[in-house]
Design a protein around this ligand. Structure first.
Ligand code: NAP
Length: 277
């Protein structure tokens, strides 16, 4: 593997959700490697200040706006060599008892508009026969989180998109990385939306409360985001398409390995026990 800094391969990167958590850790790692970063937040005041960092305001719920923002940033950068679709958030609630607009919006932001930015990136990369697209999926695509149905859908969908694209970019000089973090200690848990539950029975509310407290404990016990940034750095040095599971050994290595040999029913039962369901 090359020990050259990433800037020898990637001149400019576009990173969504660069204000905090994993996106900030990726941005800091890229800046330390000499890469110019165009990083986004809904509030540009939350973004880092650095000579190689270019602040971009982006709200991902509006697809046409996101497309315009991406094109403007790309023009300013003279094209991107690396695009990291990282922005995302959780929404916690029972599927049946939550207003459907909550799920719809989460899918629009985290799946549909993220796919739209992925298309823009590939349209830039393919004619030049170079570039790496990284889409932040999650181990939740393999181990669904209870009461986060649209999150699970978005991440599974994104991993499915990444898999599809890996076939399409074969032999083109372009790569697609499906990056699947386990639990990391970020602002994610604090920003999870918890919409009003309509007409939920008491037993359902109690199960949800138990699932929430297991989820909180899991998130708080996760490693620091710098660990994910080092995993991504190694993947970018290789520059090849593939799936990267990143996190604690149990979540990122052992559980996926064991799940391959057990039945889906057993996997579900273990998840239910863990989440107190
Ligand atoms: N932390 C984990 O354990 C974990 C595990 C698996 C996967 N992931 C995934 O990793 C990614 C980063 O998560 P994180 O843990 O770093 O979360 P975080 O600390 O809450 O950061 C989320 C980032 O997404 C941006 N964002 C949120 N909603 C947005 C919207 N509507 N439009 C544009 N930007 C938006 C935020 O930007 P502003 O608020 O500044 O606008 C922020 O920079 C997400 O896709 C998440 O699903 C995280």
């Amino acid at each position: 593997m090359s020990s050259l800094p990433l800037s020898s391969r990637y001149r400019s990167a576009f990173v969504t959700g660069a204000s905090t958590g994993l996106g900030l850790a990726f941005t800091e790692m890229l800046l330390a490697e000499g890469v110019q970063v165009w990083g986004t937040s809904r509030d540009s005041g939350r973004l880092p200040v650095h000579e190689k960092f270019h602040a971009v305001t982006l709200e991902l719920s509006d697809g046409a706006l996101a497309e315009r923002v991406y094109r403007e940033a790309s023009q300013a950068a003279g094209g991107f060599d690396l695009v990291i679709n990282n922005a995302g958030f959780g929404a916690f609630g029972a599927f049946a008892h939550t207003d459907f607009s909550v799920w719809e919006e989460q899918l629009r932001i985290m799946l549909v508009n993220t796919a739209r930015l992925s298309q823009l990136a590939l349209r830039e990369f393919l004619p030049r026969r170079r570039g790496v697209l990284v889409n932040l999926s999650s181990l939740a695509g393999e181990f669904a989180l209870p009461y986060q149905p649209a999150y699970n859908m978005a991440k599974s969908g994104l991993s499915a998109l990444n898999e599809s694209l890996m076939y399409e970019v074969r032999d083109t000089g372009v790569s697609v990385i499906d990056f699947r973090p386990g639990d990391y200690r970020t602002d994610f848990e604090g920003s999870v939306r918890r919409p009003k539950q309509n007409g939920q029975a008491a037993a359902g509310a109690a199960a949800m409360a138990r699932a929430w407290s297991a989820f909180e404990k899991m998130m708080q016990g996760g490693p620091a985001p710098a660990h994910a940034a080092q995993n991504l750095r190694r993947a970018l040095q290789r520059g090849r398409s593939g799936t990267i599971r990143s996190g604690r050994f149990f979540q990122a290595v052992l559980a996926p390995f064991l799940a391959r040999f057990g039945s889906l029913a057993l996997k579900r039962r273990i998840q239910e026990m863990y989440f107190g369901l």
